[in-house]
Design a protein. Structure first.
Length: 276
């Protein structure tokens, strides 16, 4: 078994990962948590006590940082000298590594793995899986991996950790760190999050003008389902001439002509700096 040191074990993400690691026969987990509340959550969930960082790091093969992006740099610099050569420092997001917050240590592998979250269109039938919107509990999801530095042979271990902590995993994708930054915060948050918020604001505006809430919500979500299925190649279909005309004239009203610059290198870097 590989020894995993899980930092932030009692936090929201740490508890998610710890639950899946507890089911695995591939990894032995040492839990690190600084808050008494988090330590109690770990004890209640797994029947084990958290350990101090030095104990967890001694002989650890993988060090998972389930902590906020803003703490990645500080924590990694504090522990880097205690990590054994050949071990893997494992981040759950690419922001801090992309911003250059990881310390220089050539004999330690740096790896990122991040969940795609369960897709809108899926084949889940179990009620628990259908309601697992975040993933890591019952619904299948994809993951995205980055081997930032380290031998190519370490990729398999990083992927196995990702498939374990985000289980059940249906697909695993490999990208570069630059490509990951385009995916997040670029595609998933800057673009998708903003447009989703605009959709909600538009629905609220319709409601404020007299349409009943349930009616507006049913109408919007239903149209998001079928129009999204067509646009994203889930369903072969075509829009009506009226719908196509509305989209043709609607995009210029809603979007600036240069909106795609939010995916340019400089804009991505600025976005990452703001969150790290």
């Amino acid at each position: 078994m590989k020894k995993v040191a899980l930092f932030g074990a009692g936090g929201k993400m740490g508890m998610r990962l710890g639950a899946n690691l507890a089911k695995s026969t591939d990894f032995e987990t040492m839990h690190v948590e600084v808050t008494p509340e988090g330590q109690e959550r770990v004890r209640a969930a797994y029947g084990v006590d958290c350990v101090d960082p030095d104990t967890a790091l001694e002989g650890a093969d993988v060090i998972v940082l389930a902590v906020p992006d803003t703490l990645i740099g500080k924590i990694s610099h504090n522990i880097i000298d205690k990590i054994k050569p050949g071990a893997m420092l494992y981040c759950l997001d690419g922001a801090a590594p992309f911003a250059g917050h990881l310390p220089e240590r050539e004999d330690v592998t740096y790896f990122v793995s991040h969940p795609c979250h369960p897709p809108i269109w899926n084949d889940e039938t179990d009620p628990h899986a259908k309601r697992d919107y975040f993933g890591g509990l019952a619904a299948k999801q994809g993951i995205v991996n980055v081997l930032i530095q380290g031998p190519e042979s370490d990729y398999a271990l990083g992927d196995l950790v990702g498939r374990t902590i985000y289980a059940p995993v249906m697909r695993s994708h490999r990208v570069t760190l630059q490509q990951f930054a385009m995916l997040e915060p670029g595609l998933s948050e800057t673009v998708n999050g903003s447009l989703m918020m605009v959709l909600r604001q538009a629905m609220d505006e319709v409601v404020s003008r007299g349409v009943p809430y349930d009616c507006a919500r049913d109408f919007l979500l239903g149209h998001m389902n079928i129009m999204g299925a067509v646009i994203f190649d889930q369903h072969k279909g075509v829009f009506s001439d009226a719908a196509n005309k509305a989209i043709e004239y609607g995009i210029p009203v809603l979007m600036r002509d240069d909106w795609k610059r939010c995916l340019d290198d400089a804009e991505i870097a600025a976005s990452v700096d703001r969150i790290t």
